[in-house]
Design a protein around this ligand. Structure first.
Ligand code: UD1
Length: 365
């Protein structure tokens, strides 16, 4: 029996690992699959809600690392995960995405000579000021196997001379979760609870440090939302860090006409995305989720590590200035919209492909 450990740490990890866990069930006579949660995200709304909504089993280990500076958080995950590896002796560690837990656990496992597979490898924004870009570069530089969601990832890995026979274009496990949860999202009461109508509101999320950590920039963005909320319903489920900043910078007043609500669970957020007129965000994953749903998305960032969402999906990038935001919103409301298509292999079956490759080509069982 082989043992595979998948790491989750922060909110965008849960929906990437849930389908992998489900797909491993087919091989339960050969592979034991365990989930280790670093506890990078710990609020019920940022973590527990996702386990329930995605029907994930309890993690085998919860490290309870919590927040801190990048160095503090990364170091604590490394120390905690080393003990886990020594104890569980996995045959393979799977890491997903680009959060601090991703690089921390990769570094730990690789130094213990445990092979590491990176799911969502090869993505690059080219912006080294993003902590996630550093995590992506470092993880791909030292992991053993790369599973890739879009063509751009194949290109970057090839350019960086990552072994081609250990690079697999498999599609997007995040979209597997979307397929899994769509029927449940149809049953969600969240629109009714908020008091909004399908197709008649703008959904907003903001949490990138570059948009929310400086008072001036946050105020610029919120002023645009305040103006939009005069003539359109605006729903803004808020990341805890963004909420803290809005409060400490004294900007709450700008949101008086906005449905300013807590971060949502996976199913309710999916219902909000699916029924939105359009989405305005600075998230990584939401660019992909809206593309898969064919819902227009304005991304308030100058770069994306997910170019397929702009090339063939519904996403557009804009400068994070008041003028650019207003123009993009005005175009969205008054001009014909971009028709998007679904990127190759975003078909809900990526995790099946990943586990098939792991079992037959990596673990050889
Ligand atoms: C992390 C990821 C980011 C991802 C985001 C999604 C890194 C470098 N960043 O950013 O890629 O898009 O998650 O949410 O790993 N906090 C809470 N409760 C929580 C978690 C966080 O209140 O459950 C607050 C704390 O004040 C904390 C801050 O959010 O200091 C930052 O949390 P952290 O996990 O360090 O980074 P995120 O900004 O959430």
């Amino acid at each position: 029996m082989k043992r595979v450990v998948s790491v989750v740490g922060a909110r965008p990890n849960f929906m990437k690992v849930a389908p992998i866990d489900r797909a491993f069930k087919k091989y339960s006579d050969k592979v034991e699959h365990l989930i280790v949660h670093t506890g990078q995200h710990y609020d019920a709304k940022m973590s527990d809600a996702f386990f329930q909504d995605l029907e994930m089993p309890e993690p085998a280990v919860f490290l309870g690392i919590g927040s801190g500076s990048h160095a503090d958080q990364t170091a604590k995950v490394i120390m905690g995960f080393e003990k886990v590896c020594l104890d569980l002796k996995p045959d393979l560690v799977i890491v997903v995405g680009d959060v601090n837990s991703t690089i921390a656990c990769t570094l730990t496992a690789v130094k213990l000579e445990i092979p590491v597979a990176h799911v969502e490898a090869g993505l690059r924004s080219g912006d080294r000021k993003m902590p996630e870009e550093i995590n992506r570069l470092a993880t791909d530089a030292i992991c053993d196997y790369c599973f890739v969601t879009e063509e751009s990832g194949m290109k970057f890995l090839k350019e960086s001379h990552f072994p081609e026979d250990k690079t697999f274009f498999v599609g997007n496990t995040m979209i597997d979760s979307q397929h899994f949860a769509l029927a449940k999202a149809e049953e969600s009461n969240v629109l009714k609870e908020i008091g909004i109508e399908a197709g008649k509101y703008v959904l907003v999320t903001l949490h990138r440090p570059s948009n929310v950590d400086e008072p001036e920039q946050l105020q610029t963005v919120l002023k645009v939302l305040a103006e939009l909320s005069q003539h359109r319903a605006v729903v803004f489920p808020v990341h805890p860090r963004t909420r803290k900043n809005i409060e400490s910078f004294g900007l709450n007043e700008l949101l008086k006409n906005v449905h300013f609500i807590d971060a949502q669970g996976y199913i309710d957020f999916l219902a909000l995305m699916k029924n939105a007129d359009f989405v305005l965000t600075d998230s990584g994953g939401i660019q992909e989720e809206t593309t898969a749903l064919k819902i227009p998305c304005i991304t308030v960032r100058t770069t994306t590590e997910r170019p397929v969402t702009c090339e063939i999906g519904t996403n557009i990038l804009i400068e994070p200035t008041a003028d650019a935001m207003k123009t993009a919103i005005d175009n969205m409301l008054n001009k014909p919209r971009k028709a998007g298509a679904i990127p190759p292999m975003w078909d809900g079956r990526a995790a099946e492909r990943i586990t098939e490759i792991i079992v037959s080509q990596i673990l050889n069982v």
